[in-house]
Write a protein that binds this ligand. Structure first.
Ligand SMILES: *Cc1c(COP(=O)(O)O)cnc(C)c1O
Length: 371
């Protein structure tokens, strides 16, 4: 295997553009020593809520914590069942198990890799308390049928928006489609922090307040406790960093969409050779956290691409319920054939706003040589 001609993801390019802004903002903030809470936090939360088109945005320590807070705020407790897709990053299911609830995995759709509402219906039980959808790779789940089902059954809908900040569904914003949602600011996400960070969003006043209380010991006022919470504050420096980046996010997401469109056009001829291009569901505004193709003989093609110096990655090599550490939650006889097949065939091509035209063309040429 030869060395890649360029990185799969390079965050230093973006940092170069915002460095001076970050430094001056950090210097001012550090001079005040308002390191926890304060205007840096509330200003960013206000800006993030406005940008996302949601009523409430509560920062917290990570996307995983945001999921935990969202689940708890929705009243999910030990022994409850939460239906979630069999294909996602581990944290979606991990958060459910961490609070003592039981993940129940529904299979995904083969076109969008997102949860399939028909598969949710099959797994409803009297213990089902919530549905946690994942807007995977940057596009929204087909929400309306799920929202209808949830309403009919009295279930909460939690959105995992870790990969989908800025995505829209029929003109409505991800993060405000269900009852409550979680965003991640992990450095490689579309809006990456200078470390870990997360955000809980909701349009529901009561849920917003519960999330706010929960991330700081359930304490609305010093030494007054309303509920049992914990500490998942996001540092003021992180909020300042994210606030510097937020005004660029729309442009960055647009650039991702441009690259995806360019890939679509220039890889289309390879469909006859078995390449399956990503499908954007009608009505969706995709933010292209990942550009994922499907190739039946993925490992072979991936190896050839590597020899040509074209970096790729796989999200995710296994369906979630196949993870050994989750085995105790797997119901006997349940299966997820669509997720299993996706895990064998998906291949992510490089996509980030600062990817150069030359690099994009190298990916396209590489695939033409490798298929
Ligand atoms: C990144 C990610 C998370 C977890 O976010 P962290 O900030 O790393 O805790 C959760 N779900 C999905 C789908 C993710 O991609």
């Amino acid at each position: 295997m030869s060395t890649p001609k360029f990185p799969f993801f390079d965050i230093t390019r973006q940092y170069g553009k915002i460095k001076s802004e970050v430094m001056s903002r950090f210097e001012k903030l550090l001079d005040t020593q308002a390191l926890i809470g304060g205007a840096a936090v509330t200003d960013f939360e206000k800006a993030a809520a406005e940008w996302m088109g949601v009523k409430h945005a509560v920062t917290c320590a990570s996307g995983t914590d945001a999921l935990i807070i969202a689940l708890r705020a929705a009243g999910v407790k030990e022994g409850d069942e939460v239906i979630t897709p069999a294909f996602s990053f581990f944290a979606s299911s991990g958060a459910i198990t961490w609070i003592g609830a039981k993940p129940v995995w529904a299979d995904i759709r083969p076109d969008t890799y997102c949860i399939d509402v028909e598969q949710i219906k099959k797994r409803l039980t009297p213990k089902t308390k919530a549905i946690m959808v994942v807007h995977l790779y940057g596009q929204c789940v087909d929400m309306d049928p799920i929202l209808d089902l949830a309403k009919q059954k009295g279930l909460y809908v939690i959105e995992d928006c870790a990969q989908s900040i800025g995505a829209k569904y029929k003109g409505r914003s991800a993060g405000g489609l269900g009852h409550i949602a979680a965003v991640s600011f992990y450095p490689t996400k579309n809006l990456g922090g200078a470390g870990d960070g997360g955000l809980v969003t909701t349009n529901d006043d009561a849920l917003g307040r519960t999330a706010l209380l929960m991330r700081q010991h359930g304490m609305p006022k010093r030494y007054t406790y309303e509920i049992r919470g914990f500490n998942s504050r996001l540092d003021s420096l992180q909020c300042a960093y994210l606030h510097v980046k937020l005004p660029y996010l729309a442009k960055w997401n647009e650039r991702r969409a441009w690259i995806a469109d360019y890939y679509n056009k220039n890889l289309k001829d390879l469909e006859t050779k078995g390449l399956v291009l990503p499908v954007t569901q009608q009505g969706n505004t995709h933010v292209w956290h990942q550009y994922v193709v499907r190739i039946p003989n993925r490992e072979e093609v991936r190896g050839r691409l590597a020899e040509l110096g074209v970096p790729t990655d796989v999200y995710y090599p296994k369906a979630i319920p196949r993870e050994e550490v989750l085995r105790e939650f797997v119901a006997g006889g349940d299966s997820w054939p669509v997720a299993d097949k996706a895990a064998q065939e998906v291949l992510a091509l490089p996509i980030f706003p600062e990817l150069t035209q030359q690099e994009i063309d190298l990916v396209i040429q590489g695939l033409h040589k490798s298929l």
